[in-house]
Design a protein around this ligand. Structure first.
Ligand SMILES: [Zn+2]
Length: 313
C-alpha cells in the first residue's frame, strides 16, 4: 500500500467539503516589460511589442469568454500602466466580475528599489487601479515574483489583505511584519507558463517553446500532488502566452477535467483569501506564520569563504 504524503500543515476545510482548491490567476503584463527593460529604444522593438500586446487585445477577452462560459471568475494581476494603456480590457474584466489585483506600476522590480521608491510606485499604482477599476485592490503580486525585504510592511501599511509571490508553503500562510500581517497565497514556478512558452529575444528571455501537451503534463502533475494532500494549487498564466488558440484548447480540457472530479473548488484569489481569513477568524484554521523579511542582511559565514569563493568561479 502506498503511504499518503503528509500535509505540511493542518489541511484547510474547503467550502462544501471540497478536497482541494485551484485558483486561476493571470498576470496581464502587456508590453510593460520591454519599456522598463529598454527605456531608450523599446519603440524600435515593434514585433516584440505586438506579441506582448496580444495579451490585452486577444488573450484577455478569450480567457474571460472561456471561464465565464463555465461560470468561473479569475484574478487578473495588472501593472497600473497597462490598465491605463488598455482601459477597454479593464472594463471587460470588471464586466465579467473578475478580480483585478495589483502588479506594480510598470512591472518594476521591488527588490532592486529602495524602500521609499517601492512605496512610491506601490501607492501610485494602487491609486491608478482604484480609479480605473472603481475598486481599491486588496491583493498583490510582485512583478517577476521579485518581492523585496520591505514589501510585506509596505502592503500591510496600505491595507492590502493578501499577496501572492512567495513559495514557502503549499497552503495559504501568514507573512508577519512589524507593520502587520498579510495572507500569502503561495505560487511556484511549475504552475507558471513563462518557462513553458516565453520567447522574447529583445529582452533576453529565450525559452524553447514547449508543446501545450508537455506544459499541461507539468500542470497536471502539480495539481495531482496538491489534490492528494488536500491542498491549494494556483495557476499563474500570462494572457499573451496562454491566450494563444492552441493553448486555450488545453485550458478548456483542463477545466473540464477538474470539474469532472467533482470535489475540486475552482476559484480565484480573492475568494480563497475571503474563505481562509474567515476560517482563521473563527479559529478553524491555524496557518503557518513566516516572519518577514526572511533575512534582514546577507548571511555570511566567514570561515566558509575560502571554500565557497572558488566555486563561484
Ligand atoms: Zn508580470
Amino acid at each position: 500500500m502506498t503511504a499518503d504524503i503528509t500535509a505540511p500543515a493542518p489541511p484547510i476545510p474547503w467550502p462544501d467539503g471540497k478536497r482541494c482548491a485551484v485558483s486561476f490567476s493571470f498576470d496581464m503584463d502587456a508590453d510593460a516589460l520591454i519599456h522598463i527593460a529598454r527605456p531608450d529604444d523599446a519603440n524600435t522593438c515593434v514585433s516584440t511589442m505586438s506579441g506582448m500586446r496580444y495579451g490585452p487585445e486577444i488573450g484577455v477577452p478569450r480567457i474571460c469568454d472561456l471561464f465565464e462560459s463555465y461560470g468561473l471568475k479569475v484574478s487578473f494581476f495588472v501593472p497600473a500602466w497597462c490598465a491605463e494603456e488598455h482601459p477597454q480590457v479593464i472594463e471587460r474584466m470588471v464586466e465579467g466580475g473578475h478580480e483585478i489585483a495589483h502588479h506594480g506600476y510598470m512591472h518594476e522590480s521591488p527588490s532592486r528599489n529602495t524602500r521609499d521608491r517601492e512605496a512610491y510606485w506601490t501607492v501610485r499604482a494602487l491609486d491608478s487601479l482604484e480609479r480605473l477599476t472603481g475598486k481599491r485592490p486588496v491583493g498583490y503580486r510582485a512583478p517577476l515574483y521579485d518581492y523585496s525585504q520591505h514589501t510585506t510592511a509596505i502592503l500591510a501599511e496600505l491595507g492590502f489583505r493578501y499577496e501572492s509571490s512567495l513559495m514557502g508553503d503549499d497552503l495559504p500562510y501568514v507573512l508577519r511584519s512589524r507593520s502587520g500581517d498579510l495572507l500569502e497565497l503561495p505560487v511556484d514556478w511549475a504552475c507558471d507558463d513563462w518557462n513553458q512558452f516565453c520567447h522574447l529575444a529583445d529582452i533576453d528571455f529565450v525559452m524553447p517553446i514547449q508543446s501545450p501537451r508537455h506544459a499541461f503534463d507539468v500542470y497536471r502533475a502539480e495539481f495531482e500532488g496538491q489534490y492528494e494532500i488536500g491542498g491549494f494549487w494556483q495557476i499563474v498564466w500570462h494572457p499573451f502566452l496562454i491566450g494563444r488558440a492552441a493553448r486555450m484548447r488545453y485550458v478548456r480540457s483542463f477545466i473540464e477535467e477538474l470539474l469532472e472530479k467533482g470535489d475540486v473548488w475552482l476559484t480565484n484569489c480573492i475568494a480563497v483569501a475571503d474563505h481562509v481569513e474567515g476560517l482563521i477568524a473563527a479559529g478553524n484554521y491555524t496557518p503557518r506564520v513566516d516572519t518577514m523579511p526572511i533575512k534582514s542582511s546577507a548571511h555570511r559565514i566567514p570561515e566558509l569563504a575560502e571554500d565557497v569563493e572558488p566555486l563561484r568561479g
